[in-house]
Design a protein around this ligand. Structure first.
Ligand SMILES: [Zn+2]
Length: 505
């Protein structure tokens, strides 16, 4: 029933007073434990040099998210997640598509809240940016595709390349493909086929032993009918066919029917949109998702003060006894959603939020990355030394050492300048206009007003924290509170009122 997460930690040696990797992981583990989240993996990037772009683990983590094995990425602070807000928005968007959310173990006071909002606006626009990017890649690829040239990546099993870089049937492995399809369609088990292939010494296109994954890549690949699919477009007669279209369709039907019977047994764990953000106002501990059955047998979903969780396991912890009642998940989430939407329906509030986003963006455009500042000061230093050498030469002082030094300094300067250019390129900011922000926020609200297709998740980045006390719910937003316009109506709504139907038991 519990949700899975991975930890992502990053350490850059050039920053002073940075929390160590161990410290970051410890905080993340504590956070996960308090929120009843199971950690299944840890990804660590240690900046090896000043070049900050080296983050193989980060990219691996994003890639792994497609396997749908974890629900969250926990980071120590949000600034650990990514280099820049733009970069962060794009990767968060990609994770979200795989159903993965980024949680921060520690609130960063420095990470200014309206910055998070700006990020969520950019994230909403990330779809546009990635579409544009793929268009560019597409243009380059199309030429190769039209010439039926292999566009790169691992060759499909059973094929080899001819001298024109086109696919050709491999005489030794090609005939195995129709055999695999035949065997499968005649009811042979996948495991039997895998062991047959391995016992006979066959290797996958990557040169490995056959596994469930590699076999599934074969029986799901349309290329064996001769048609190549790339970026949602089909290119028929791309390669010599190894099976018929009918065989391929029959295989897909078979796989689909197996999947259905498989899905039937799968239990989907319930979703709690406020995980990591909801706190008990009585004792201060996080509240966690919990489901229980009523005497009629119906299932109810709650948020529950985590002081009530796993009493036995927490014997080594301070035992907090808290009288906080469980809160109905659906009612609470609806209240938070309605409140958020009602704020965003106010044009003055939207304008105010957009202005704050613009202020953050302006500051960021003016601020040079710390790495760039460091390189610039190195350049100044070397230029000074170079000047000294040149002065010495001008004053008639000529020696081999000085000549060598001048050559070294000039080489170093060229290197530093090219590093700065790289940083400038990596950190380039695509400015967003205030109108675009307002438009985006209005679109969100419109979507929310329609009955379907809107959940609290849509406004996830707006909500910083929800604190629940008997009869009172405080919602903290990621914009700096501005009196009058952005006052939070939820607080008033429940304070001292009889509206405590949210509380159960
Ligand atoms: Zn409590």
């Amino acid at each position: 029933m519990t949700k899975n997460a991975v930890i992502y930690a990053r350490f850059s040696s050039d920053k002073q007073r940075e929390e160590s990797i161990d410290g970051q992981i410890r905080e993340c583990r504590t956070f996960a434990e308090a929120n009843e989240i199971t950690i299944i993996n840890t990804y660590i990037d240690r900046a090896m040099s000043a070049r900050t772009d080296q983050r193989p683990s980060f990219l691996q983590m994003v890639k792994d998210s497609a396997k749908h094995l974890f629900d969250y990425v926990i980071v120590y602070q949000l600034d650990r997640f990514s280099r820049s807000r733009y970069d962060s928005a794009i990767y968060k968007h990609r994770l979200k598509k795989n159903g993965v959310k980024v949680l921060s173990a520690k609130e960063n006071i420095k990470d200014d809240p309206s910055g998070i909002l700006l990020e969520s606006v950019i994230e909403g626009m990330a779809e546009y940016y990635s579409a544009e990017l793929s268009q560019k890649v597409k243009r380059g690829m199309t030429e190769n595709l039209l010439e039926r040239k292999w566009i790169g990546g691992v060759l499909p099993f059973g094929y080899k390349l001819n001298e024109n870089s086109q696919l050709e049937i491999d005489a030794s492995t090609g005939p195995l493909v129709p055999k695999i399809f035949d065997a499968c369609l005649h009811g042979k088990k996948i495991t039997e086929i895998i062991s047959y292939m391995n016992e006979h010494g066959y290797h996958t296109a990557r040169g490995n032993k056959f596994s469930r994954n590699s076999l599934s890549r074969i029986i799901n690949n349309l290329i064996y009918t001769g048609t190549f699919t790339w970026s949602n477009t089909e290119y028929p007669n791309y390669a010599p066919a190894l099976i018929t279209k009918e065989q391929y369709t029959a295989m897909q039907n078979l796989l689909e029917s197996r999947k259905k019977s498989h899905n039937h047994a799968r239990v989907v764990s319930p979703h709690y949109a406020l995980t990591g953000k909801i706190y008990c106002g009585e004792c201060g501990l996080p509240m966690t998702g919990y489901c229980g059955k009523s005497h009629t047998g119906a299932t109810y979903y709650y948020y529950r003060c985590s002081s009530k969780n796993n009493k036995k396991e927490k014997s080594n912890r301070e035992n907090i006894s808290c009288n906080m009642k469980n809160i109905n998940r659906d009612k609470l989430e609806k209240l938070v959603l309605d409140t958020t939407v009602s704020i965003l329906k106010n044009p003055d509030a939207v304008k105010c939020i957009a202005e704050q986003c613009m202020a953050v963006q302006k500051a960021e455009l003016e601020n040079k990355p710390t790495e760039q500042l460091r390189l610039e000061s190195q350049i100044k230093d070397i230029e000074k030394r170079l000047k000294n050498c040149v002065n010495a030469v001008e004053n008639g002082l000529i020696s081999q050492t000085i000549t060598n030094n001048i050559a070294t300094y000039e080489k170093q300067l060229a290197e530093l300048h090219s590093q700065i250019d790289t940083i400038k390129l990596e950190n380039r900011i695509i400015p967003i206009t205030e109108e675009a922000v307002i438009y985006y926020l209005n679109e969100l609200t419109k979507r929310a007003t329609k009955k379907d297709g809107c959940s609290l998740e849509t406004f996830d980045d707006f909500i910083r924290r929800v604190v629940v006390k008997d009869g009172q719910i405080d919602i903290y937003y990621n914009y700096t509170p501005v009196p009058n316009i952005l006052e939070n109506p939820a607080v008033k709504m429940l304070r001292g009122s009889s509206e405590n139907h949210l509380v159960t038991r």
